[in-house]
Design a protein around this ligand. Structure first.
Ligand code: AMP
Ligand code: MG
Length: 357
């Protein structure tokens, strides 16, 4: 638990540094503009930082930040598997018995989650909850389960068995013990919703970072694109492996380093499950980053790509329009999709961009 908190704190500090560097680099002799920025460490089990770069009064900025936070809380409370009274929890509790009416938010997000599940052949699967609960990675009780328990939990994971009914806006799981976990997509949705609130408030320049789900808005006020660092995914290494420069869009990373536990024998088990094996995904990828215009989709796809491994991820990304990716393998090689060639740069010489143009 302590290690997890340290990791999160480090990540938050890292992103802040990237933003500061961008701001001063764009300065051209004038004083760099400092953002109005707030960081919360009690949403989605991660660190959320919202930075607004428009010139606005403290009162205006405060209202925008409060609205973003309130929206994030609603999303967390309805969609987090373990919030008491969450809709997702209610659907689980009624598994094998009855469909449960859910909010528009939850229904829409489940629909999108099932879409990405189908696209990825179940590598991303919102019914992964029994496996997540069994392993308990990130909780005090994390432990390597018995094989029989893994097999039992795995048999309950299958996105094709979820029934969504648009007429009554209900969700149904056909078997007791099945459950939903939107942890691989909810932060991305919260970031998109925050971005929508910035549309409504006419904020032109901002960076939203929902625990590694980054949404960029409008580029830096002084004209340069934002630069987003992609963390070195090797445990124990700090800083960035590479950087993506963009004015607008979502940059979302899934990595085994984000949440994990170390067993007595030194083996490391992280939080992204491979539904095919019932264990943390071991495909040779250390992180998968998706770049596209929608952070919800990017979030689900980053988790999917991490589980699919390099070849499967490249094949999936190749089939999707407007979706790019950065895949970092355990030998510190970096693979990018063609659309990133002009906006991508390596930041540490130990990492090798194997398909550099
Ligand atoms: P992310 O950091 O977006 O990759 O999401 C990881 C989180 O998604 C985990 O902490 C779980 O809550 C959940 N999760 C784990 N494995 C999967 C999977 N194969 N498909 C969908 N969600 C998953
Ligand atoms: Mg994700």
């Amino acid at each position: 638990m302590r290690r997890e908190r340290n990791e999160r704190a480090r990540r938050a500090a890292g992103i802040a540094l990237a933003v500061a560097l961008t701001a001063t680099a764009a300065g051209c002799g004038s004083a760099a503009q400092t953002p109005v920025s707030e960081t919360w460490d009690d949403l989605f089990g991660t660190v959320v930082t919202v930075s607004l770069y428009d010139k606005m009064s403290e009162k205006e900025a405060g209202a925008v930040l409060a609205a973003i936070r309130a929206r994030g809380e609603v999303i967390q409370n309805t969609m987090t598997a373990h919030s008491p009274g969450s809709e997702i929890g209610a659907v689980r509790a009624a598994g094998g018995q009855t469909p449960v009416p859910v909010s528009e938010d939850t229904y829409g997000l489940l629909t999108l989650a099932l879409e990405v599940a189908a696209l990825s052949g179940g590598a991303f699967d919102p019914t992964v909850e029994p496996l997540v609960a069994l392993w308990g990675i990130g909780t005090e009780t994390a432990a390597v389960p018995a094989e029989a328990d893994i097999a039992r939990a795995r048999a309950l994971v299958d996105y094709r068995r979820v029934t969504l009914d648009g007429a009554g806006r209900t969700a149904y799981l056909p078997e007791t013990g099945m459950g939903l976990d939107l942890g691989g997509i909810a932060k991305g949705y919260a970031a998109d919703e925050a971005n929508r609130l910035l549309d409504e408030a006419d904020v032109a320049h901002a960076i939203l970072d929902f625990g590694g789900n980054v949404v960029l808005r409008g580029g830096h006020p002084e004209g340069k694109p934002w630069r987003v660092g992609i963390r070195k995914p090797v445990l124990g290494e700090d800083g960035y492996a590479c950087v993506v420069s963009l004015r607008d869009g979502a940059v979302v990373t899934s990595g085994g380093y984000e949440r994990y536990f170390v067993a007595a024998d030194g083996a490391v088990y992280h939080h992204i499950m491979d539904p095919a094996t019932g264990r943390p995904a071991e495909t040779g990828l250390l992180s998968a980053t998706i770049v596209c215009d929608n952070s919800t989709r990017a979030d689900a796809l980053s988790t999917a790509c991490f589980v699919l491994g390099l070849d499967g991820a490249l094949a999936l990304l190749d089939a999707l329009d407007g979706v790019e990716g950065v895949l970092i393998a355990s030998d510190r090689t970096i693979h990018t999709t063609p659309g990133l060639a002009d906006v991508f740069a390596v930041a540490d010489e130990r990492y090798v961009w194997v398909n550099a143009p």
